[in-house]
Design a protein around this ligand. Structure first.
Ligand code: Z5A
Length: 229
């Protein structure tokens, strides 16, 4: 594909949205087109499924049925948003993707790994992230951040934020285990530091892993006519 597919993963309040916006801004300064999207959601039908799951209406169906709903949303998101953007050369910065199903429904929800692998294969149909940032921090720190933000907005906890502390601890281990098993794709970032420091760590990793997108397209455009001449 012409664009790069970059996903951000981690527990609640890890700072994914904050860092995705910062990365989009940096890429914009280099004239690298980037689309910000999220899961569950990212396309009109997937957003409907998001509201259903995060509203807690699928909880009684159990983790496997929830995994199927996340997969259904992901299929629409891939077909309507992600794949078309990558094909036209736009980089996709996605807040959560298939690793969240592995961590939340697979590890923390106790679904057999082979079943999750099979579901992932039929859902993704070959479209996998080029790079995944796993924003790592103690569960308590992330939950406190998410709680503060919710209180500021007058909102209550959603389906997953309301889970017990042990669930959130096992999530952290699940994401770290994914990173260990796929070191070429995944980079673990210490998210328990100032936003500027997290941003710098992400940029350094991006320069090392996908250097082509950290170069300015403006200068490429500027030299092209000379090359032709
Ligand atoms: N889920 C699933 O179970 N299976 C799946 O397959 C998928 C998802 C795809 C989506 O929730 C839920 O769906 C999620 C997993 C599940 N569980 N929950 N809950 P969501 O999209 O509503 O929420 P989230 O993905 O967990 O994101 P978040 O809680 O909004 O956090 P974030 O995007 O990582 O963080 P943030 O919004 O950038 O920052 C949170 C607050 O911390 C905010 O006030 C910031 O200003 C502050 N912040 C950010 N960075 C820092 C630093 N470095 N220091 C201090 N404060 C900071």
């Amino acid at each position: 594909m012409a664009g790069c597919f970059i996903t951000f993963e981690g527990g609640e309040g890890a700072g994914k949205s904050t860092q995705i916006e910062r990365l989009k801004r940096r890429l914009g300064e280099l004239a690298q087109p980037a689309l910000v999207t999220r899961e569950p959601g990212g396309s009109p039908h997937a957003e409907e499924i998001r509201a259903f799951i995060l509203g807690g209406r699928a909880k009684h169906l159990g983790p496997f049925a929830e995994a199927l709903l996340f997969a259904a949303a992901r299929i629409d998101h891939l077909d309507k948003t992600i794949v078309p953007a990558l094909k036209r050369g736009t980089h996709v910065l996605c807040d959560r993707f298939a690793d969240s199903t592995r961590a939340y429904q697979g590890s923390a929800g106790n679904i057999d790994k082979e079943l999750i692998d099979q579901l992932e294969r039929v859902t993704l149909r070959g479209t996998r992230p080029d790079l995944t940032f796993i924003l790592d921090l103690p569960a308590e720190v992330g939950l406190a951040r998410a709680g503060e933000r919710r209180a500021g907005r007058g909102e209550g906890a959603d389906r997953f934020e309301g889970e017990e502390a042990s669930f959130h601890h096992s999530l952290r281990q699940a994401f770290l285990s994914i990173a260990r098993s796929e070191p070429k794709r995944c980079v673990v970032i210490n998210a328990d530091q100032e936003p500027d420091e997290v941003e710098a760590a992400i940029w350094a990793a991006l320069r090392a892993r996908l250097p082509q997108i950290t170069r300015s397209r403006l200068s490429e455009d500027a030299v092209r006519p000379l090359d032709v001449a």
